[in-house]
Design a protein. Structure first.
Length: 430
């Protein structure tokens, strides 16, 4: 999806182009329309996801649509835990708003430096104020700034603000704001304290959850096993056995695909269960409980079913098929990589999915390591599929590569025995 489809004004699109952004990140795709419509927002996202542009662009758009009053009251207030983040956010807001006419004024205030210069800068009024909570309260108490015309409040890195003991300051600041306003809350984690804060603060918020774009790629080992479509099930069984995975989440693109795979796994005594939209809530809950308790080794899920479920981070996530949208790939692999530990995200990629793999690589900004497993190597061209598989799955409809047209497979993959990552011996495929 291009930025032009999101409803942002031309001056903002110009600034986006100058920043070198070619397409919106997953959080931007979801947050920008919601914020433009005036909704409250609850976003699970951390630095690296593009969250700043996700809230700053639509807020600037809304601000520039309204009439400016001559005394420039603060209309957007962004609270951050640290001065570094305040400076970074303030800089981004100025950058994105560079071509708006008339110009909007942005100020940044934080503690640890003299207050007087900040008071002077606030005198002429500001449209967007980026602040750390303690210093903002000092400024309010000294009548250097008024908050009674704030239209939108952003709590950025709310979890860190609470960890740093800012809850009382935040509550005091909120008491100075008009009751009717838009509230956006960004947090990487959701503790009981955050939940309490959001309950009183957000009204019917749009909820967004994205995996951190850059850190996911760094913490999670991502591998694409190039293989023939008809051998995927066998390859998966082989991997589960040789790698001795005890708890694997496998994503398929269709409900039928999830059912078929689950049956195959159970037939060879790998205990598996499927969760997807056609399963009753009871069946989904019990599959999930069994998986969490270790009675079910493989949980086969579709993206939609997996999105709403609470599974702790897993050591391994498998893309049996690549998702239709690259953003879903980021969601999927965000489920692996336990804190401090490395996670693995493995994709079984057949000939018709090379285009999708490239899209994913474009989105995450890095290449995914390609390998082949001995005995399951991909043919140089796509082999014909068995009769029951010839109907192309839905994700192929927009794909230039058609399963019926033999496509030349992308090379420079390595062949591996897939025993374990440590002992994997690779050789080049000619
Ligand atoms: P943030 O998560 O807001 O701290 O942003 C992380 C980095 O991503 C910043 O350097 C941004 O300039 C950059 N960024 C934000 N949105 C995009 C985008 N759509 N395309 C490329 N880079 C982006």
């Amino acid at each position: 999806m291009p930025f032009t489809k999101l409803g942002l004004s031309d001056p903002l699109l110009r600034a986006i182009a100058e920043a070198g952004y070619t397409s919106p990140s997953p959080i931007q795709q979801q947050a920008i329309p919601a914020v433009l419509q005036g909704h409250d927002l609850l976003a699970a996202a951390q630095t690296g996801t593009g969250k700043t542009a996700g809230f700053a662009l639509p807020l600037l758009h809304r601000l520039s649509q309204h009439h400016f009053s001559s005394n420039r009251p603060v209309r957007v207030l962004i609270l951050t835990p640290t001065r570094e983040l305040a400076a970074q956010v303030g800089e981004s807001v100025s950058q994105y708003g560079a071509h708006l006419q008339p110009r909007l004024k942005t100020e940044i205030v934080f503690g640890g430096v003299k207050i007087n210069p900040q008071m002077m800068r606030l005198r002429g009024g500001v449209d967007v104020l980026v602040a750390t909570p303690g210093r903002l309260l000092d400024l309010v108490n000294q009548n250097a700034v008024k908050l009674d015309k704030v239209e939108s409040l952003v709590l950025d890195e709310a979890d860190r603000m609470l960890d740093m003991g800012f809850i009382r300051d935040i509550k005091k600041i909120i008491a100075y704001l008009p009751k009717k306003r838009q509230n956006l809350l960004f947090s990487a984690t959701f503790s009981e304290e955050i939940r309490k804060l959001t309950t009183g603060l957000l009204i019917n918020p749009v909820k967004i959850e994205v995996a951190p774009r850059n850190t996911a790629a760094e913490k999670v080992e991502q591998i694409a096993y190039l293989c023939n479509k008809s051998q995927k099930a066998e390859l998966l069984c082989h991997l589960i056995k040789t790698e001795q995975w005890q708890q694997v989440l496998v994503f398929t693109s269709t409900k039928h695909g999830a059912n078929r795979l689950t049956e195959k796994l159970n037939k060879i005594d790998i205990k598996a269960a499927a969760i997807h939209g056609n399963k009753s809530q009871g069946a989904r809950t019990s599959a999930l409980a069994g998986f969490k308790a270790g009675q079910i080794r493989v949980l086969v899920a579709t993206d939609v079913a997996a999105r709403g479920i609470d599974i702790a981070l897993l050591p391994c996530v498998i893309n049996y098929e690549l998702p239709r949208s690259s953003a879903d790939y980021v969601h999927r692999i965000g489920r692996t990589g336990r804190a401090g530990e490395e996670g693995k995200a493995i994709s079984l990629v057949s000939h018709d999915e090379i285009g999708a793999l490239k899209q994913v690589e474009k989105l995450i900004g890095s290449a995914i390591y390609r390998e082949q497993v001995l005995g399951f190597e991909a043919s140089a061209v796509a082999p014909p599929l068995p009769p029951e598989e010839t109907r192309p799955p839905r994700q192929l409809r927009n794909n230039k590569m058609n399963a019926k047209q033999p496509a030349k497979f992308q090379g420079n993959a390595k062949t591996s025995s897939a025993k374990s990552s440590g002992s994997r011996r690779s050789e080049s495929v000619k």
